[in-house]
Design a binder for this molecule. Sequence first.
Ligand SMILES: [Zn+2]
Length: 113
Amino acid sequence: MHEMSIALNIIRIAEEELRKSEREKITAISLSIGKLSGIVIESLKFALEASGASSRLSGARITIEEIPAKMKCLNCNHEFECDDFYSICPACEAFRHEILSGKELVINSITIQ
Ligand SMILES: [Zn+2]
C-alpha cells in the first residue's frame, strides 16, 4: 500500500525530530496533502495510527488537511480549482493547463513533549 510507505517515512522523520529534541513523546502531527497527490487521506491516517502504535508516536493526534487542486489554463491564463487532472478550463473550455497546487505532501508541524 502506497500510504503505508508514506506513513513509515513520516514516522521516521518524526522520530528523528524527537531524537534531536531529547524529549519523551510525540503528541501531535499535522499534515497537508494535495488533492491530486494520489494519497487517500483516510488510508494515510489509518496507516499512521497502525504503524505508529508501536512507536513513540503512539497516541499522537494526527491531523490531515487537504490542499485544493488549482490549475492555470495555458490558453487564456484563467486560474481555477479542479477535482482531477482532466478538468477543462471553465472560462474557455481548453484542455491545456499547468498545475499550480494539489500535488504536495507537507508536514506542517510535529509536536513533541
Ligand atoms: Zn482557459
